[in-house]
Design a protein around this ligand. Structure first.
Ligand SMILES: [Zn+2]
Length: 193
């Protein structure tokens, strides 16, 4: 009985934590940053198993919502027109204003990490994080977004978290940010070669 109660308590605490995360979450939707329509989209019918962390490197960090909106538009234009992808490659972006910007969202196949695009959330921090870290409010926003994904049922509760460099030959998400995410829950070491 005691064990059962303890389990109930844990479930209650988990729900409270998730509810708090969701209640203070601020997502700037595609229409709010005036995204262009995607040229195509493939819906993911299953739960996601992975979270892949990126930095943009370019554009540089943005600190106001206006500048972050411009950064999102620049990335989408680059991905749709230069890279010839359907849409901005990432699922979500985190701005220096501490807000979350909707990219392809939770349930659309991304273009950010080959082999993982149909099973992961690709979260990009806008800016160059080779030598400095995103601000605490940016890091906090990413954690909340992950919790929100679980709360909504899009992301498995026992997801695996990787930095982009673990799944492809790239320095992304930058040394400083990579060292940070190594301390995050669910980070798993893998060897890509
Ligand atoms: Zn990347």
């Amino acid at each position: 009985m005691a064990i059962k109660n303890l389990r109930s308590l844990h479930v209650c605490i988990a729900i409270v934590i998730l509810t708090n995360a969701v209640s203070s979450l601020e997502i700037i939707t595609r229409s709010q940053w005036q995204a262009k329509p995607p040229k195509g989209r493939t819906v993911i019918p299953h739960q996601l198993t992975h979270v892949i962390i990126h930095h943009t490197y370019i554009p540089e960090a943005c600190f106001t919502t206006n500048d972050c909106i411009k950064a999102m538009q620049w990335i989408q234009d680059f991905h749709q027109n230069d890279r010839q992808w359907d849409d901005i490659g990432y699922s979500f972006a985190i701005g220096g204003d501490g807000k979350i910007y909707e990219g392809r969202g939770f349930n659309v196949v991304g273009a950010h990490a080959p082999g993982y695009n149909d099973k992961s959330i690709g979260i990009v921090f806008i800016g160059d994080y080779r030598t400095i870290l995103p601000s605490p409010k940016m890091l906090e926003a990413a954690h909340k977004l992950i919790q929100y994904g679980i709360f909504k049922g899009n992301l498995k509760w026992d997801y695996i978290l990787h930095g982009h460099r673990q799944v492809r030959d790239t320095e992304c998400p930058g040394d400083a940010l990579y060292n940070e995410i190594k301390t995050w829950p669910h980070f798993v070491e893998i060897h890509k070669r």
